[in-house]
Design a protein around this ligand. Structure first.
Ligand code: SF4
Length: 609
């Protein structure tokens, strides 16, 4: 073992303000790769069953993979691994920027926070040096303000921090990275807030060790060439993720007014062209990335003139745009900026706001309960006020909505569960499965709840003539294979948007680490990781009845667009789920069989469930 990993894990005990160093589990690295996979193993091994995610006992881990911080493309990625306060299940939340590369250069594969500080603190890490500092001056500050304060006080540092939402334990609060990127999904910001940890500032001065630097450089060069030659990269560079607004809307699956429709009549006002014309100033990139898909934007006119941000991304344009009936890209940018600065996940917040508007229109939430705030589709100012209420848990409704749509619908009652759109407590992203059925199975079986990144079937379903997008046929195999491949990829860890072949991934992993993996053993590691996380979730109380979809997708159909009149056929969905279990080597209750666990070397983990 001679590279890729630093071999060191930093443990930070927030209660005693003490640190210790452990050797990174290199046997585990061979089988679980890093970032997501090895993070999941550590969480399984160390977190007692049934731990309350917001208790001091939960672990908050920043994890890197063997390719993080190397010279290959998109190698600035890192992961936060913890138990989610939103789902009560396993969570990994990935992020870009530079922080993760800096962490590796500081000498750390993983940083594990345990316990809770008695008072708000921030942590400053300079290579081996770790300092605990009083955060009382920044507690309550918004995200960019905190990032800028840290630059002033600590010099040029990379940062991971929370805003007021994380401090107030909003269940879908994010961790903001380097001021502009986010570990957004599943509420890692609330876990950080529960530990009284406002921020981490880091500086690294080492190089990531490589087993075979010349060989690595050669493959990295090939990867760069393939990225530059890829047909889709120029589009991603020019428009970023907003490119998808037009396609997804034209195909009739963009969430619209809390998933009541899949086609938004004002999509032209919030798509990539509208952004380019009206708000985008220039691009930008994470560490070591030629794709450079960011949009640095600012609002040029109207009441919010001067507000600037990186974004909005596709998911925000869908969930805080069409899903809220917003017909101006400036208004989406405004809400996006508020969400970012208060420190929440835009997908979940968009889902929560859409749910709240529908509940309000149906009389389940009253004007009095909202303090007279007359929220509605397209009403940016009213929604900005509600966003502030949620981030600060102000008033009865702000406090209830801060729990996410699952708990909010349980508390509000009156059939509001019928339009609470989530899977396992995590709000659903910007692809309505009534337009591509495979996404329904992908959401239902995702390891962290309603997530699109574990198996994004949309492109294949819309383009492959062999696939019928309005059918579950052939979807189980696709979802399973993509989940396994992504689990491996997210453990290396590189960017989802980078077109990098499995062969090049394995070569780079071997050349950094000295391992001798093949494509088969790399994909088997992905399957092992997926199964370990399934065991973790089963241990925490998940069962097959939780692998379900929101009622709305089975009962309510759209009145316009290409998916007009379609609902998911419930029996076909159930059959597809059983087919998926069977392909995975799981029994009909969604539990991995002994045979499968033996094949993956996971038998000992099954004893815990
Ligand atoms: S493709 Fe975009 S999100 Fe991915 S690493 Fe590059 S700049 Fe960051």
């Amino acid at each position: 073992m001679s590279g890729g990993y630093t071999g060191k894990t930093l443990i930070i005990d927030l209660n005693n303000h003490a640190t210790s160093v452990e050797e990174t589990d290199m046997n585990g690295a061979r089988d679980f790769i890093g970032a997501k996979g090895l993070g999941a193993k550590i969480l399984f091994d160390r977190l007692p069953k049934g731990t309350d995610p917001l208790s001091p006992e939960n672990l908050l881990m920043f994890t890197t993979g063997p390719l993080t911080g190397t010279s290959t493309q998109t190698s600035g990625r890192g992961t936060v691994v913890t138990k989610s306060p939103q789902t009560g299940l396993y969570l990994d939340s990935h992020f870009g920027g530079i922080f993760a590369a800096e962490m590796k250069k500081a000498g750390w594969d993983f940083i594990i926070f345990k316990a809770r500080s008695n008072t708000p603190v921030y942590i400053v890490i300079n290579d081996d040096s770790v300092e605990f500092k009083d955060a009382s001056e920044i507690w309550g500050k918004e995200c960019l303000e905190t990032h800028n304060w840290l630059q002033q006080i600590e010099g040029r540092v990379r940062t991971a921090l929370i805003g007021p939402a994380g401090e107030n334990l909003v269940k879908f609060s994010a961790i903001t990275i380097d001021g502009h990127r986010h570990a957004g999904r599943g509420g890692p910001g609330a876990v950080m807030g529960s530990k009284n940890l406002k921020a981490i500032a880091i500086n690294g001065s080492n190089k990531v060790p490589l087993h075979d630097p010349d060989g690595f450089r050669k493959v990295s060069k090939e990867v760069l060439k393939q990225i530059k030659e890829n047909d889709f990269v120029p589009i991603r560079k020019k428009y970023g993720t907003p490119y998808w607004v037009k396609t997804v809307n034209d195909e009739g699956l963009i969430p619209t007014r809390n998933y009541q429709e899949g086609y938004f009549e004002h999509a032209d006002e919030i798509n990539a062209e509208a952004m380019q014309k009206r708000i985008v100033d220039r691009g930008g990139a994470c560490y070591n990335c030629v794709i450079a898909c960011w949009n640095r934007s600012s609002i040029k006119s109207g009441p919010h003139k001067g507000i600037s941000l990186v974004g909005p991304e596709y998911e925000t344009l869908a969930l805080m745009g069409s899903n809220l009936g917003m017909n101006s890209v400036e208004d989406v940018a405004y809400l996006n900026e508020r969400c970012n600065e208060l420190g929440m996940d835009t997908i979940s917040l968009g889902g929560v706001l859409g749910f709240a508007i529908e509940a309000y229109r149906k009389g389940v939430i009253t004007s009095k309960e909202l303090g007279g705030n007359d929220i509605g589709w397209g009403k940016a100012e009213k929604l900005a006020r509600l966003i502030d209420d949620i981030a600060h848990r102000k008033g009865k409704i702000g406090d209830i909505l801060a729990e996410g749509v699952r708990i909010a619908s349980e508390k509000l009652g009156k059939d509001s569960k019928d339009y609470a759109v989530h899977v396992k407590g995590l709000e659903i992203p910007g692809y309505d499965p009534r337009g591509t059925f495979g996404m329904g199975l992908a959401y239902a079986t995702s390891d962290r709840g309603g997530c699109h990144q574990r198996a994004w079937t949309v492109k294949a379903e819309l383009n492959d003539p062999e696939l019928d997008r309005f059918s579950f046929e052939k979807k189980a195999g696709i979802v399973k294979d993509v989940q396994d491949e992504r689990a491996a990829f997210f453990s290396l860890v590189l960017c989802d948007f980078a077109p990098i072949s499995e062969e090049n991934c394995v070569d780079m992993w071997n050349l950094t680490s000295g391992f001798d993996h093949t494509v088969e053993s790399y994909l088997l590691a992905g399957e092992r990781i997926w199964n370990l996380i399934r065991l973790f979730n089963l241990r925490e109380g998940l069962d097959s009845a939780d692998d379900k979809l929101p009622t709305r997708f089975f009962k309510d159909s759209f009145t316009k667009g290409p998916a007009k009149g379609i609902v998911l056929p419930e029996e076909d969905f159930k059959q597809s789920l059983l087919e998926y279990y069977s392909l995975r080597g799981w029994n009909a209750k969604g539990i991995p069989t002994q045979k499968k666990l033996k094949e993956l070397g996971l038998v000992k983990y099954a004893k815990a469930i």
